[in-house]
Design a binder for this molecule. Structure first.
Ligand SMILES: [Zn+2]
Length: 374
């Protein structure tokens, strides 16, 4: 949303009038001029969306572009923010663009492109020195992880702008303490294959069908579009997985590739971690209601305190040692010696049905929040 000031006014007064924290207004505009505290007349300013905001009556600001969809339902509940749905890549990109208009203090970066050319998007929120990275849909048929993450995000952003608490936590304090790095869909081509079937690009159709034994049922597909399991692509004991994994050529799941980090999706995440030096990472998968947190005792001591909090809030089971190598988290814990978690959301048979959404969300939202405040 954009407003235009009718007369000179202080940032303080504008923030009070809108009922929005002034740092969110400053960050929405990516400009330090606002920090001086005085906004001149006829200045266009991006502001975060709030339902029920009635600026038309204001004597000192005009609303420039009220979104057509900015409505409330009869009960006064906000209908614009509906992030409870399955996302394919196009649906996700549209939603992200909408959220960026609503919450301009959130930033978007394209960190790489999938094999089929879809952008791999990172969203960042917050001012904190603590940097927490989260990702979802590394595995194609675990696409519900993207939906859960987008719902956390939507609820967090809304609470932040309204100045409300989220599960008793002050979101503005979290905003100051922690910068969230959010990659909700690592494997867009794979997710689209599971949800929508064969890609339009005819050059890939034959190879995908061949990898899938000529079946058009892609519900068990976890890999990227070239049949390489992105979560077996990282350079930490990759040779062990290469040797023991059953597929020796591209497959719907488990094939680690011909070498570590050959796939653009896996490379994009590796480069992001190298560049940002996160303080902790969480990778969301399905299923099992378990949280893996150790790797060959390379994990730091604090990793245990954090996972205990995750366990307490979610009821999920913390598991220190699993016989796994070459995963994104394995690599992160091994190379950075910082806390890294693989969270297996939900319980059942992959792909988990969307009907599990509410149950997964209820149990896991504490993990999202604890990752920020711990
Ligand atoms: Zn997985």
């Amino acid at each position: 949303m954009i407003i235009c000031t009718r007369k000179e006014l202080s940032l303080e007064r504008l923030a009070n009038h809108l009922g929005i924290a002034k740092e969110l207004i400053i960050d929405s505009n990516g400009t330090i001029e606002l920090e001086t505290g005085i906004i001149e007349a006829n200045t266009h300013i991006k502001i975060p969306y709030q339902s029920g905001l009635k600026l038309e009556r204001s004597e000192f600001v005009d609303l420039m572009n009220k979104p057509a969809t900015m409505v409330q339902d009869d009960s006064g509940h906000d209908t614009i923010l509906n992030t409870k749905k399955p996302y394919d890549s196009k649906g996700l990109f549209k939603e992200i663009d909408r959220l960026l208009l609503m919450y301009p203090f959130m930033k978007k970066e394209i960190i790489g492109y999938s094999v089929l050319g879809s952008p791999i998007i990172e969203l960042t929120i917050g001012r904190g020195i603590k940097k927490v990275h989260m990702n979802g849909s590394f595995h194609a048929n675990e696409w519900i992880t993207t939906s859960i993450m987008m719902h956390w995000l939507g609820d967090y952003l809304q609470a932040l702008v309204r100045g409300e608490k989220f599960e008793d936590l002050n979101c503005l304090s979290l905003y100051h303490a922690t910068t969230i790095s959010f990659v909700p869909m690592v494997n867009p081509d794979g997710v689209d294959l599971v949800l929508n079937g064969l890609p339009d690009q005819s050059s890939f159709q034959a190879s995908v069908l061949e990898i899938n034994n000529n079946s058009r049922d892609f519900s068990q597909w976890k890999a990227n579009i070239r049949g390489i399991d992105l979560n077996n692509q990282y350079p930490v004991n990759w040779e062990i997985e290469k040797e023991r994994k059953i597929p020796k050529s591209p497959a719907p799941r488990d094939y680690p590739g011909d070498a570590p980090l050959t796939e653009p999706e896996a490379i994009a995440l590796a480069n992001l971690v190298r560049k940002r030096q996160f303080d902790r990472v969480l990778a969301f998968h399905t299923q099992g209601e378990e949280i893996y947190w150790g790797y060959l005792r390379r994990e730091p001591e604090e990793a245990e305190n954090i996972v205990n909090e995750f366990e307490r809030l979610s009821g999920y089971k913390a598991v220190r040692d699993i016989d796994s190598h070459a995963g994104f988290r394995d690599w992160y814990v091994n190379d950075w010696r910082k806390p890294g978690y693989t969270v297996e959301l939900g319980f059942g048979v992959n792909p988990l049905p969307f009907s599990q959404f509410d149950d997964i969300y209820r149990k896991s939202k504490g993990i999202f929040l604890a990752a920020l405040y711990m």
